[in-house]
Design a binder for this molecule. Structure first.
Ligand SMILES: Nc1ncnc2c1ncn2[C@@H]1O[C@H](COP(=O)(O)OP(=O)(O)OP(=O)(O)O)[C@@H](O)[C@H]1O
Length: 310
């Protein structure tokens, strides 16, 4: 049995198609990342999978159960941490966890062992008596995770769990996710961070509700045709504009922070053309070398051309 499977899963809000014909299977024990920018349809997908929102068309099954007809049974078996996960700022760490334990009907007797374990592995044990409102952003997310795990779910749904969290706490958070994975929990996580997507077993790239690509990160990178030349310069934005208009149509040019990536099937020829264009425009070339593709390169390469241009 699949942990999750969807068929043509679609959600429309009036004229807007937020999720557009999503067909996907996720195996038990997988760490699956749904990646996309703001408004791509990640939250809507997750809400449908958790049985909180009905699809307009298509269907989804979680642990073999239909998300519309068997939504209540699904909710008992999954953990869901939404973007605005409801922590009570006036309650302590421990009280928040007890609150969720009550909601899930976990008997008081025997609950302490589970809570101790959750506190230990989220590194929150020293802060058990601190009010949630006084925790750092990273700690709040870990507390949210602990609360979502109180009923020992088989699948964990996490909606952009590390959004706005500092890099060290993000790394901590992912360490906890790997531990859960080793315990056999299936994890479905959404993120806008492509470096986080690299940590997943499999990644789905979603844009305007459509799944553009779905595979293991390395296999997705293997799909990239051509060579990527990384151009380093002091004026990346200007360079990207010049290269985009000056290089021939067989290349694609993308801006990646302070670097420009040029994808080409003819690296030697393109290299000379880049050097000539940069020299003609008087832009200093600080470096020009072939690099391995990142998931970001893959994402940009599968985006419709107009959206891909920064
Ligand atoms: N209840 C709703 N009513 C109308 N439109 C909605 C509703 N929920 C989401 N949308 C729209 O559907 C699209 C997808 O939204 P969704 O929240 O799923 O995206 P997302 O990828 O999770 O992005 P974000 O990270 O910003 O939440 C957006 O255009 C959003 O405005």
């Amino acid at each position: 049995m699949h942990a999750i499977d969807t068929e043509n899963l679609t959600k429309r809000f009036g004229e807007l198609t937020a999720v557009d014909g999503l067909t996907l299977t996720i195996a038990p024990g997988e760490l699956f990342g749904l990646v996309g920018s703001d408004g791509a349809g990640k939250t809507t997908t997750m809400r449908m999978l958790c049985g909180i929102m009905d699809p307009t068309e298509g269907r989804a099954r979680v642990l073999g159960r239909d998300t519309v007809r068997e939504a209540e049974a699904i909710k008992a078996e999954i953990g869901y941490m939404s973007q605005r996960f409801g922590l009570y700022p006036d309650l302590t760490v421990l009280e928040n966890i007890h609150f969720y334990a009550d909601i899930y009907g976990i008997p008081r007797r025997g609950r302490d062992a589970t809570i101790d374990r959750l506190l230990a592995f989220s590194n929150l044990a020293p802060f058990r008596r601190r009010q949630a409102g006084n925790l750092s952003g990273g700690m709040k997310q870990k507390l949210g995770l602990a609360c979502a795990l109180i009923h020992t779910p088989r699948i964990l749904f996490l909606d952009e769990p590390t959004n706005g969290v500092d890099p060290v706490s993000r790394r901590d958070f992912w360490r906890i996710l790997y531990q859960l994975l080793r315990e056999g929990v299936t994890i479905f996580v959404t993120t806008a961070y492509l470096d986080e997507a690299e940590r997943c077993n499999r990644v789905g790239l979603i844009h305007q509700g459509r799944l553009l690509a779905c595979d293991a990160p390395d296999r997705l990178k293997g799909l990239m045709r051509g060579t990527i030349l990384e151009v380093r310069t002091d004026a990346a934005r200007q360079a990207a504009r010049i290269l985009r208009s000056g290089l021939d149509g067989t290349t694609s040019v993308g801006l990646f922070g302070d670097r420009v990536h040029v994808v080409t099937e003819a690296p030697d020829r393109t290299r000379s053309a880049v050097e000539a264009l940069m020299a003609r425009e008087g832009l200093p070339l600080r470096g020009l070398r072939p690099i391995e593709p990142s998931l970001e390169d893959v994402f940009v390469s599968v985006l419709p051309a107009r959206d891909g241009a920064p």
